[in-house]
Ligand binder design. Structure first.
Ligand SMILES: NC(=O)c1ccc[n+]([C@@H]2O[C@H](COP(=O)([O-])OP(=O)(O)OC[C@H]3O[C@@H](n4cnc5c(N)ncnc54)[C@H](OP(=O)(O)O)[C@@H]3O)[C@@H](O)[C@H]2O)c1
Length: 253
């Protein structure tokens, strides 16, 4: 299955990198497409029309608001995979009538083989004539991500759960490094330790069946330093800020 990436920006490149196949790619910024083609051993093509003609599946990697313009160019696509935030399967079908459509919500860790990808399932299920393309696409996505099929109605929440998460975790890491530097640590040492600490904490959560309370209790002795730190985070409004952020992302999606 030859994939063609229509748009070679951040998310499209991460996905292509994670899948690890030579891909066709196009981007109005030619340098981006050239870089992605070089990295995957694939080929940059001069326009969306050529991409659509040559690819078995076109992956929409442009911005959501560019759907109609892009579809005018890539209308010859045989099948379409979309990573566009907030664009429903129905709108994708309207832009690419009669073609199999698979709607995804990926995240950027796919680029290092550790992504999460939600695949939308419409209320009526997957149309029989789309199953083969969908299965082929899912087999490729499994190479770089935990793939979860979700009802279409939950795709906005999926965006808020993990689509934006690399940005949140990076913000938390950055704030921790800032604090560590204030206490005399080098940013390099602090950065390495924060990243390893986040990775270890995620592994522990998985090993303990995603029981967040058990993991927290394992670190928090009564009246100890973790308890004081958690209280400071509560006082700072962390939980409320997370709820607000979740709602803001769902609204935008
Ligand atoms: N970044 C993420 O973490 C993430 C996660 C999940 C989903 N997504 C979705 O992924 C999509 C891309 O996001 P991104 O963050 O990767 O954006 P990005 O880095 O800006 O990449 C989008 C690329 O598409 C190009 N483009 C514009 N019009 C095009 C057209 N007609 N045909 C082909 N390419 C075109 C853009 O060029 P110009 O700069 O010249 O416009 C740009 O290079 C969005 O729809 C977003 O909702 C992103």
């Amino acid at each position: 299955m030859r994939l063609g990436f229509l748009g070679s920006g951040n998310m499209a490149s991460a996905l292509a990198r994670g899948i690890g196949e030579p891909v066709l790619c196009y981007d109005p910024v030619a340098e981006r497409a050239r870089a992605l083609a070089e990295e995957t051993g694939g080929e940059a093509v001069p326009d969306g029309r050529t991409l659509a003609e040559r690819a078995d599946v076109v992956v929409l990697g442009h911005k959501p608001g560019q759907l109609e313009d892009a579809a005018r160019e890539a209308g010859a696509a045989k099948a379409v995979v979309s990573i566009l935030g907030g664009v429903g399967t129905e709108a994708l079908r309207a832009a690419y009538p009669g073609r199999p459509v698979v709607r995804l919500m990926p995240n950027t860790p796919a680029g290092v083989g550790k992504g999460v990808i939600a695949v939308a399932v419409e209320p009526g299920g997957v149309p029989a004539d789309e199953r083969e393309v969908r299965e082929g696409v899912l087999a490729l996505l499994c190479r770089c991500a935990e793939v979860v099929e979700l009802p279409e109605a939950q795709m906005a929440a999926a965006t808020a759960v993990f689509g934006v998460l690399p940005a949140y975790v990076s913000l938390f890491a950055e704030a921790t490094v800032d604090a560590a530097v204030r206490h005399g640590m080098s940013p390099q040492d602090a950065g390495r330790m924060v990243a390893a600490g986040i990775e270890g904490s995620a592994a522990l959560l998985a090993a303990q069946g995603h029981d967040t309370l058990a993991v927290r209790r394992g670190v928090t002795s009564p009246g100890g330093s973790t308890a004081r730190g958690l209280r400071a985070l509560d006082r700072g409004g962390l939980r409320e800020a997370v709820q607000d952020a979740f709602d803001a992302v769902v609204d935008a999606s």
